[in-house]
Design a protein around this ligand. Structure first.
Ligand SMILES: [Zn+2]
Length: 1037
């Protein structure tokens, strides 16, 4: 799935497709959208262990051993954080590695830290002793008594008061589904549907009950047909336990291993008001409101549409029939085999039997849609569907999908297994897109494209999302993670492939810059205490929802990029091909991927050990580099990089047990042309410290992590830092554009953690007057504008003005050279879009005047094609500064059919400095009036960046929290984004305490969310940044 997207984000470099939808930055930021490094605004969603959640690093299973459950309850009793547990777990893991004593210059613990650490260890040991003994006691008035039984499972009561036969959140595996025969009849007048499902079951262990998922379905009839003896249907009673979304059938006699049975259920339900399950959506067609019904099941909403075993490992085949009216069509995962007319004027479409698949990939749509189609060379019919008046916007998506499908068939060396592939633009859609097998659904703004008005970044975004969803047809659909703890296997891989495939198929789209930006962004999030390992234990629905964050997507992709560089493209591809073949139509855990890669001939057997250090530990390493020029050697040291200093965050004490196996790359001054492979050196850092002895003499500088392809940052000791700074000033082209961007990025992130001074970080930007490449420029703007916004929101307008002046000083010449056109390469167009947006935002030069002139002309003609499409957001933004202009944009927005253009207009309206307008937009969107509710997270995020909107946005969240959770549900990506974005501009203790108090008041629906923990940590990081750097900033500027 692509969590959320907003077409604007197209422009966002951070490409995280996911979040982009929630980004607000102006085109400028298009590329680079957010400040990433600072404490300021991390954007993804990560979180800290919540007290209700047991975090066990490296534990793939969710069912705890009895001892562990005891431990958990005892620890809770003592108010003990489970974090302690997880760190002891990690310590054990790290102990496996060959650890050397820290010998050098890595930041060493101070004596004070050591003392504090020792004290903490004593406390933890004491608590552990108590905990160890506690479970064995029952406290009564008389004291502690030994328990006489081990833990017994407590069975809950069903809604009718009877005992429900299954106590756990995860389903039992005694009975498994083999095939579903599903008939659905949605009624788009009454907004309800009826269904009949016949589930063929195989008994794997003797049992007297069948337990499966069902939620908000009214089951009207239930029978079971046994394979034993007579095949008569027998009525059975259904029990329901709503907290676990489960129903169960208790049987009089045992079902025996090897038997097969058919469970027949008839039911009815309402179409959902939200964006998940089987939901309704509406759109305007020639001034008439039309209704459609569509599905979004990932991760846990198939159970809202039909009773099923709704976990990814319960794969089965599906035969689906849909009853519809004459003026609709229906679509499902497979091709339609037959249409049967009924006497009452309805029709029943029968779809071909599916391949074996997980429930979350099932999909169906009933709507009045039109399509364009094209067959691939291998015979798959690819179609793009949209509402009828958007037919002229479907051609680009179709061409891209056909090309990318062929690329993947060749790359994976496995044919796409279905006869058809549909890509459908759905008018209401919460995520960005969803990879349902054979029936991929998208937001309209990221599938529909019109050459004349869409910007170059719209085109890039559409291609990226299609590439992502098509990669899932193999990685995710054909081979699926066994459980949601390994979601990154699906999402990290699809994210990696979106860049890899586009570099090969559409090299002109230059997606590498966007990938770089997303890596910076996720590292910002992953350098907080609230981050989590890629593979993280999850169980309930909210925890599963929270796995859809940038760690799973972007960190997953980043470590695959690093692995590909380490193995080489050929070995990597062979490993993937082997993995898919070995597990097709099955389920896997993370280690299965490493095992398949290891099996490829000649692969270093340490791949699994190496990759475990990246998937089982949160965070990433900072590698400290010290060049000894006289002895020709390089000292290396690694430690976990955390932005929060120990004094600010007691829980962030440096944990020396973190250790990664890092495939380092570097060049030296004696062979610095890294377009030549002979100059590129590698070193495998497995220990805490290490030394590289250089063969060549007189090396004066070294540069590590070439192109920022490794998931680590580099901290150069001062003399090397100065050398590199000098090179940037005198001849920056010694380094690649991505390396220059990485210098900027790493410097600011190190400064935010206090590893270098903000003055040193700012000194990195001084060479910018000579820079004209998009990646380093956009990274610099992200960092500086982030500082600008923070300072501005603290009311230090004079200082904010000086930051603005500095930005104009270094980029003024470049801005003056820009033209108001769409000419040039993608990179040049991106750069123009970024720079002119900054210029107009800061009222520099004649930017506002030119934009206003173009806006006035557009107001008269309303012809989008009159505007340079890459600059239209900037132009609308300037025009919308006046009430009359803002209303003009709104009027056109209201009637426009071009989704990509509407996104630009919405962004422009949301940049308003008029708080009343912003609040109006928020409520319009909440009530799905002129603005669709799907846009609300984006509106809140964008408004939060502005001086006028950041306080109203937070107030809106507090006032409408219940409605927000009802629309988007707790833990989901939109909710994560709303929490983090609307609080990320706060930098005072009073705001911190206000946010804490609000989420505290929500009891178990607030503070336990990882996003809340992350939001609070961001505010503390902002406070820390202000405390440390404000004075220095004033002096430097
Ligand atoms: Zn995905």
């Amino acid at each position: 799935m692509e969590p959320g997207f907003h077409s604007e984000r197209a422009q966002l470099p951070r490409n995280m497709i996911e979040n982009s939808m929630f980004e607000e930055e102006p085109d400028v930021v298009d590329l680079a959208k957010e400040p990433r490094l600072h404490p300021l605004e991390p954007d993804e969603v990560e979180y800290e262990p919540r007290s209700s959640r047991l975090l066990v690093r490296g534990l793939g299973e969710h069912d705890l051993e009895d001892d562990e459950e005891d431990y958990e309850s005892s620890a809770r009793l003592l108010g003990m954080s489970f974090m302690n547990r997880s760190s002891s777990h990690r310590n054990n893991m790290a102990g496996v590695y060959n650890q050397e004593p820290s010998g050098g210059f890595c930041s060493l613990s101070s004596a004070r830290t050591v003392l504090v650490g020792a004290f903490v260890v004593v406390i933890i040991l004491s608590i552990a002793m108590v905990v160890y003994f506690l479970p064995k006691c029952t406290f009564t008035k008389e004291g502690c008594h030994k328990k006489n039984t081990t833990l017994t499972l407590v069975y809950p009561l069903a809604t009718n008061g009877q005992v429900f036969p299954w106590p756990k959140v995860r389903l039992p595996t005694a009975v498994v589904p083999v095939h579903y025969d599903l008939t659905l009849h949605p009624n788009l007048t009454t907004m309800s549907f009826t269904g009949i499902v016949k589930i063929s079951l195989l008994v794997k262990e003797d049992t007297n009950n069948i337990t499966l998922h069902s939620f908000d379905l009214k089951i009207t009839k239930a029978t079971i047909t046994s394979s034993k003896g007579s095949s008569q249907q027998k009525d059975v009673q259904i029990l329901e336990y709503r907290p676990h979304h489960q129903i169960a059938i208790k049987l009089d006699s045992m079902l025996l291993n090897g038997e097969t049975h058919i469970l027949n259920l008839e039911y009815s339900a309402n179409l959902s008001d939200g964006f998940s399950g089987f939901y309704k959506s509406s759109y305007q067609d020639k001034n008439k409101t039309r209704i459609l019904a569509a599905t979004q099941f990932e991760p846990t909403s198939a159970r809202n549409a039909f009773p099923c075993f709704d976990e990814p490992a319960f794969k089965a085949t599906f035969s689906i029939k849909i009853i519809r009216e004459a003026d609709h069509i229906s679509l499902s995962n497979t091709q339609k085999d037959a249409t049967t007319p009924f006497a009452d004027g309805l029709f029943q479409d029968t779809f071909a039997k599916s391949v074996k698949m997980s429930t979350y990939l099932v999909a169906f749509i009933v709507a009045d849609l039109k399509n364009v189609s094209q067959a691939t060379a291998s015979g798959t019919l690819v179609s793009v569907y949209a509402v009828p008046d958007k037919m002229d916007q479907m051609r680009y998506a179709l061409e891209s999908a056909v090309k990318l499908l062929k690329f993947y068939e060749d790359f994976f060396n496995i044919s796409y297994p279905l006869k058809k592939l549909d890509l459908v633009a759905v008018p209401d859609f919460e995520a960005g897109a969803m990879e349902n097998w054979g029936l991929i659904t998208f937001r309209e703004a990221i599938l529909l494209y019109e050459e004349e008005t869409a910007s170059i970044l719209d085109k890039q975004t559409i291609s990226i999302v299609i590439a992502h969803e098509l990669a899932h047809q193999w990685f995710g659909n054909l081979v699926t993670m066994e459980w949601w703890n390994d979601l990154w296997l699906n999402e990290g891989f699809a994210t990696f492939m979106e860049y890899f495939s586009l570099e090969k198929v559409f090299p002109k789209l230059k997606v590498a810059d966007r990938f770089l930006t997303t890596r910076f962004k996720v590292m910002e999030k992953d350098s907080m205490n609230s981050s989590h390992p890629l593979s993280t234990s999850v169980e309930n629905v909210e925890e599963i929802e929270e796995m859809f964050d940038s760690i799973s997507y972007q960190k997953g992709a980043a470590i695959l990029l690093m692995l590909q560089g380490f193995l080489g493209e050929t070995v990597f591809q062979k490993g993937i091909e082997r993995y898919l073949n070995e597990h097709k139509y099955g389920n896997t855990k993370t280690e299965d991927l490493w095992n398949s890669i290891i099996d490829v001939k000649n692969v270093d057997l340490n791949v699994k050990e190496m990759m475990n250090t990246w998937t089982l530990q949160a965070g990433f390493p900072m590698v400290t580099v010290k060049l000894d020029t006289t002895a020709s050697k390089i000292h290396l040291c690694q430690e976990r990089f955390l932005r929060m200093s120990v004094s600010q965050e007691p829980s962030s004490s440096p944990d020396s047990s973190y250790l990664w196996h890092i495939p380092l790359t570097y060049i030296t001054s004696s062979c610095s042309d890294y377009t030549q492979s002979k100059c590129i050196k590698t070193w495998f850092l497995k220990n805490k410290t290490d030394i590289i002895y250089l063969k060549e003499p007189n090396v004066t500088w070294v540069k590590f992590n070439l192109h920022m392809n490794g998931y680590y940052i580099v901290h150069y000791e001062e003399s090397t830092f100065k050398k590199l700074l000098g090179l940037l000033k005198n001849n920056h082209l010694v380094f690649s554009d991505h390396d220059r961007a990485a210098f900027i990025n790493n410097a600011f992130i190190l400064a935010s953690a206090g590893k270098i001074t903000v003055k040193q970080a700012l000194s990195m930007t001084k060479y910018m007057k000579n820079e004209n490449n998009t990646a380093p420029i956009s990274e610099t703007l992200i960092q500086l504008r982030h500082i600008y916004r923070l300072v501005q929101k603290r009311g230090m307008l004079q200082l904010a003005g000086r930051v603005k002046k500095y930005i104009i000083d270094i980029f003024g010449d470049l801005i003056n050279n820009q033209t108001w056109s769409n000419n040039g390469s993608l990179s040049e167009r991106q750069l123009r879009s970024i720079l002119l947006d900054v210029a107009c935002d800061y009222n520099y030069g004649d930017c506002v005047q030119k934009a206003q002139g173009l806006f006035t002309k557009w107001e008269m003609t309303k012809k989008m094609s009159d505007l340079p499409s890459d600059l239209s957001t900037t132009i609308y933004s300037v025009g919308a500064r006046e009430v009359k202009g803002w209303e003009s944009v709104l009027n056109v927005y209201n009637s426009l059919k071009l989704e990509t253009e509407k996104s630009k207009m919405l962004r422009a309206m949301t940049k308003s400095s008029n708080a009343k307008q912003l609040i109006w937009l928020m409520y319009q969107s909440l009530h799905h009036s002129i603005i669709r509710t799907q846009e609300l997270p984006f509106i809140l995020a964008t408004a939060s960046r502005t001086l006028a909107g950041y306080l109203p946005a937070w107030d809106f969240v507090k006032e409408n929290w219940d409605d927000l959770v009802e629309k988007f549900h707790l833990g989901s990506f939109p909710i994560q984004a709303i929490i983090i974005k609307t609080t990320s501009q706060f930098s005072t203790k009073s705001h911190e305490s206000e946010v804490q108090t609000f989420f505290d008041s929500l009891m178990d629906k607030g503070l336990q969310l990882r996003a809340v923990q992350e939001a609070l940590e961001i505010i503390r990081l902002n406070i820390q940044w202000m405390d440390k750097n404000l004075k220095n900033l004033e002096v430097w500027l």
